[in-house]
Design a protein around this ligand. Sequence first.
Ligand code: SF4
Length: 221
Amino acid sequence: MKDAIHLLLLRNETNKFYLSIFGITLLKLCYNEYMEMIDKEILDCKLCGELEKLRCNSLQIGKSKILVLGESPSKDGWIVSGRAFYNLDGKLQASGKILNKLLNILGISIEDIYFTECCKCIIADRKRLRECVKNCRSILLSQLENLDFDIILPMGQYPSEVILDRRVERLKDIIGKEFRIKIGDSTKLVIPIYHTSPISPLSFKGNEPIFKDLKSKLNLL
Ligand code: SF4
């Protein structure tokens, strides 16, 4: 947050003037402006070629201390509904239902978490996912830098690789393990989980012990 505001103050002398008058209100305005800058960066970015872009903000702000990190936006998900894991009919998608059941173990729901994807564009060809996720890393880190969460739960291979900044040969070797990373000035706890897609037999069964363990360790709200 401090860096974002500093950046904006450097960019804009008017902001500096208003900051001295309105204090905390302007901090929020600066923060919104910072997020709009990131959204614009995503819209303008062509690092991976001409890809389909999000039609809404790519970040859900939560009230718990947990951020769930997905892969890339699906065509019929929150980019059209405006609500993470919901479709246009206001129904939870299948992967959202499983994630919600897991979050219920912690006494929270999908509405309470921070959520974003590590790849900001819609990737039709999954073979390109690793490359695009890697290209998107700096945008993701800028987006996460000033948010008030403590724990990141990356869902599956690519979100885990990008947040841990390393290649993962065998996902099962890191699932449920604890890692610590620095984002900006703060240290975050990272615990990789299986993707909650219903296609995976481990989406609930493999993740349930991780969430039970998390519940016993943490006061999340
Ligand atoms: S996936 Fe990320 S890096 Fe690639 S074009 Fe989209 S915004 Fe840019």
